[in-house]
Design a protein around this ligand. Structure first.
Ligand SMILES: NC(=O)c1ccc[n+]([C@@H]2O[C@H](COP(=O)([O-])OP(=O)(O)OC[C@H]3O[C@@H](n4cnc5c(N)ncnc54)[C@H](OP(=O)(O)O)[C@@H]3O)[C@@H](O)[C@H]2O)c1
Length: 446
């Protein structure tokens, strides 16, 4: 191969993802160079925990514990930030921009919280930031939205974007186990962190939803405008009832645009959702991610793959390095813009105004007249019921359900979130209702 150019890379953070990037860049160096016509040269690998560097297959002179060495090297074209967090990582990225370097990152938390500022800083310094690995690990969803679907508006994007939650819900569904038991096993197997809150409370999915929504809709939607509910309150009982009704429970990120006008509000939400068994996402199981992108030109498309892990995430990081390498080869630093803000009048629709179908599971006194009382509250709020399910002696009861109480399930037609929330608050004040009502949204994606 005639080697015209070489892209010099400084990687900071040689943990799970960084280790994967070093491994695969070394293993497939020739193949990648042949495909791109540019060699990706790992000039520096930095980690403050220098023990992580020992086993890496690069010369000792290219290993360092000091990120300043990477930044100050004028020959480093790209800084790969794989440190994580929103502190040092942000300083590192802004410093790299100031020095005119390109940045590659997998840091969804940083982008979700500070993306607007970071993209502005990249543009101000006439450089670029690539972030394929920040959403859905190995799935090339960022490139698809930005380049493959450039002809499209996106009325709807929805999917499973957190492998830990999907693993937990899959096992709860398949094995009839409770949330806490599956979580403990997931932690033992390394599928969940010791502190699982970022995953199970929906924050990680919300980070990804914020990035996808902003990219797809051409304005910075902002993390604080993303509605988030996690999976801690999803019980084994609700999973079983959902199954009887023809549904599977998944934690979904949903990004929906009201219409295709420039000022159309966009919904950005993450919550447990009942989806029909027959829907393709119901078969996305275990740690896998699956995202459906509906484009107004292309129609429905589906992306499936590993959303995390050293290898899948390294694949995405290296694809970003390939873009940076091609930019270097053709002298076009910003051929692919990081993020373009073009819808100045757009806004995010608040959850109050979001419309959905709903599953309500009430815990009520086992006596006559209860359904009528609850139905009246719903009717007074203009919410229509699609079906009611009452079982005299359910096989599995929600935990600690007293014997004189029974579960009562209402499936609702489409209603506004605010109306449902207010009605449920009123229902929970009825003397026949014994516990807080469980509310789960239902989506059919028609
Ligand atoms: N893991 C995944 O599957 C995955 C998937 C998609 C995206 N991501 C994202 O990728 C990023 C990295 O995740 P990871 O799982 O690889 O994390 P990780 O295993 O914790 O690796 C981060 C490494 O950076 C080091 N570090 C921290 N501060 C540093 C500093 N100031 N200078 C040099 N090194 C420093 C850490 O050292 P210490 O341990 O000593 O702090 C650690 O070795 C995160 O933004 C994460 O959200 C991860």
């Amino acid at each position: 191969m005639s080697e015209a150019k070489q892209l010099n890379v400084g990687l900071v953070g040689a943990g799970v993802v960084g280790g994967g990037v070093v491994k695969h860049l070394s293993r497939n160096a020739e193949l990648i160079a042949e495909r791109l016509g540019v060699r990706i040269n790992l000039k520096w690998v930095c980690d403050k925990d220098e023990s992580r560097l020992k086993s890496l297959p690069i010369p000792a002179s290219q290993k360092t514990g000091d990120a300043q060495k990477v930044l100050q090297d004028p020959d480093t074209h790209v800084v790969v930030e794989l440190v994580g967090g929103t502190g040092f990582a942000k300083t590192l990225i802004l410093d790299a921009f100031n020095r005119g370097k390109v940045v590659v990152t997998a840091n969804k938390a940083l982008l979700a919280h500070h993306g607007e500022e970071i993209f502005e800083a990249a543009a101000k310094n006439s450089t670029n930031i690539f972030y394929e690995a920040s959403v859905c690990g190995g799935i090339p969803i960022i490139k698809a939205l930005r380049e493959g679907f450039v002809a499209n508006r996106f009325p709807l994007i929805y999917g499973i974007v957190n492998g830990t939650c999907n693993y937990i819900l899959t096992r709860m569904t398949a094995e009839g186990k409770d949330f806490n038991d599956v979580l403990a096993e997931a932690q033992k197997l390394g599928y969940a962190e010791a502190d699982p809150s970022l995953d199970v409370d929906g924050g990680d999915s919300a980070h990804k939803a914020t990035i996808l929504a902003s990219l797809a809709h051409g304005f910075w939607t902002g993390f604080d405008n993303t509605y988030v509910e996690g999976i801690r309150h999803v019980s084994q009982f609700d999973i079983q009832i959902a199954r009887e009704l023809g549904y599977t429970v998944k934690l979904l990120a949903v990004i929906k645009s009201a219409d295709d006008s420039d000022s159309a509000p966009v919904e950005v939400r993450v919550h447990p959702t009942l989806i029909p068994h027959k829907h393709v996402l119901a078969s996305v199981n275990g740690v896998f991610n699956g995202v459906v992108v509906r484009g107004d030109v292309v129609g429905d498309t589906m992306f499936y793959g590993r959303g995390a892990g050293a290898d899948a995430t390294a694949s995405a990081v290296i694809s970003d390095l390939a873009d940076a390498a091609l930019n270097l080869k053709f002298g076009s630093k910003q051929r692919v813009p990081s993020f373009v803000s073009h819808r100045l009048n757009a806004r995010v629709r608040t959850i109050d105004d979001v419309e959905s179908r709903y599953y309500l599971r009430l815990t009520v006194a086992d006596r006559s007249g209860v359904i009528a009382k609850v139905s009246k509250v719903l009717a007074d709020s203009d919410i229509s019921i699609s079906s009611v399910l009452q079982r005299e002696a359910p096989e599995t009861k929600p935990s600690q359900l007293p014997t004189d109480h029974v579960p009562l399930i209402f499936m609702l037609h489409t209603a506004k979130d605010r109306a449902v929330r207010n009605a449920v608050a009123e229902i929970d004040r009825l003397d026949v209702v014994k516990d807080k009502t469980v509310v789960i949204r239902v989506e059919n994606f028609e």
